[in-house]
Design a protein around this ligand. Sequence first.
Ligand code: FAD
Length: 697
Amino acid sequence: MPRGQKSKSRFLLLYGSQRGQAKSIAEEICDQAEGLGVVADAYCLSQKEKYNLEKEIAPVVFVVSTTGDGEPPDTALAFVRGIKKKTLPSDHFEHMRYALLALGDTNYSNFCNCGKTIDSRLQELGAKRFYPTGHADDGVGLEIVVEPWIEGLWEAVRKALSEMSASGQERLDQAETDPNGYVGKQDEPNTDKFGGDLNIQLLSLHDPVPGLSDVGPQREGAGAEAGAAYTLLTRSQPPVSESSLSIPTLPPPFIDVQLLNTSPQEVISPFSLPHVPVSRAVRLTGEGAVKTALLLELDEHQMDYQPGDSFDIHCPNSCAEVDELLRRLGLSQQKSCSVQLQLRADTKKKAAQIPSYIPERCSLQYLFTWCLEIRSVLKKAFLRSLVEYTSNPAEKRRLQELCSKQGSAEYNSFIRDPGLCLLDLLRAFTSCLPPLSILIEHLPKLQPRSYSAASSSLSHPGKLLFVFNIVEFPACAERPIPRRGVCTGWLADMVSSVLQPSGGVHTQEMNPGLQTSPKVFVSLRPSSAFHLPADPTVPIVMVGPGTGVAPFIGFLQHREKQRQENQEAAFGETWLFFGCRYKDREFLFREELENFVARGTLTHLKVCFSRDAGDGEELGPKYVQHNLHLHAQQVGNVLLKQNGCFYVCGDARNMAKDVNEALIEIVGKELQVDKLEAMKVVAGLREEKRYLQDIWS
Ligand code: FAD
């Protein structure tokens, strides 16, 4: 971003983003700074040629996310490597004053690890914090920490700038701070609705809350019934309805859209990626299973993968939802028009860019099908923009409430927790009719979904297998229409007519010719450390309940081939802890696993069934962690005496945490040490890459 006007004070804003969250928070900070008369020079950490921290005399603000198993995002990798160099002297950054906002997810281990690493390394190199570090948790909602952190940042920046003024910094312009810590130029009327002059606008205390019966005009395809079903969302209630509201600044618009009647550029392959046929689809779970698990086999000859690798499936949004959205926006007739995007000449948004993931002159339908995450949960900034395009006064006020500071709890209950998306909102707020440009500005990129390979290319040359549960979101009071996950729902629909019933992985290829098979776009993810040990004599413990068993099927197939090919060689012990609810319906890969045991590839198979207890069978362990405890001594031996490896795959929200706790207890018990010491040992196992996780939520 170019340096701003000389009259304004400036600070440097550096972000490291994997999926765009840190970037969009940095943009938010930039926009607010603009309104306060401060210039934020914002760059991605990877744009090394644009900033020079060795010589930086202005305050520096970092916003960094964490990815995978506590790794830096790809864009921050080189930066982190650079500051970790042991040769740097301890006063290397003595001149630096910085603040840091770390993003993470407590469902994963190593919460905010990238932010924490940068923070502690900057301290070691002499930099001083001018504002406490924020650690925002995506597991409960980033905004819980991000919003107050940004609110408090301005006073801290102002102070840092004034303290640093001796080294050539100019004072922060006349920004005023209200008693609650809100900052705004309250002496200037906010006449330019796109100017973003105020961080927070105060609405009058007695703005009337008009009756909800006074609904706005019906739009194409928007049913009044659907609106009525969302009353929790749409109804203003005390105390928020009676409160004056502090609402975010209107994000400055930056895109102009034209829909051209010329035929759109034909996009043959949306991603220039291999488009591979699905050669087999098997339902792994039986009737009555709580979740439906499917196995898909891809006819993939180009990807060179190892068991333990994962890959991305690039899925489209649901056709029905795209059609409904287009209808609701009054754009159905133009769905084949080509979309031409331009930056608004008058935009006040800093570093405004046309999204790189939207191909030039694609059709409107393509845009909504392949480019935009139309199911993304509505952010407050988006709600704020939608206020401007809502004609009914009651609905307008309600949207203001939902994005306001006072309506935070309601936002969490009615939008964030039930995962409400744009279409839900348009169904409920029938007078809201946003222009296309706003949607392109606010809807994030449609992300591919990752899956772990459930095969070894040694035993399945030219094939790639994976397993997934169809994600179901049942209807709830806040969202009366049930739905399936974007990718798993799409995959399930696509293979429904060729799906084979459960019968193990040895079922027939459904269509040897593959001419008419459904196809998916795939790409391999960067390889992680989640692989079998290079030395086959190293013993391993695998913990993979439910679909978490997937990579271990690949491990075992690989091991089995290695054993067949090297009959004289020695192989380490293999343990697998599997669990599910019901043995008869959800025991995935039962036959294969039992065969691995029979052939000696899998030395110990330990299973448990959480909901089978009480049906006449002896009450056994319920969850994998209970089974680990029952075999504490052997697991301890593998890890602590035989230098073995411990792998965990599957649900990050509960299972991975419980297994981690169990491991700490086992280590404590086996080594006869207290919890703190056991935690250190477990952290050491992680460092040595002997405790590896492939977990997701
Ligand atoms: P989506 O439409 O993306 O919805 C699912 C997510 O949206 C939920 O996780 C939740 O966070 C959120 N959400 C949306 N609406 C709501 C709501 N109303 N209430 C609550 N939450 C909501 N999955 C597998 O099944 N098998 C695998 O082998 C596998 N391997 C993976 C490997 C890696 C490295 C990673 C990162 C993930 C892996 N996953 C795997 C998860 C997988 O990528 C997808 O997240 C999953 O299949 C769901 O995708 P979806 O598009 O169907 O669901």
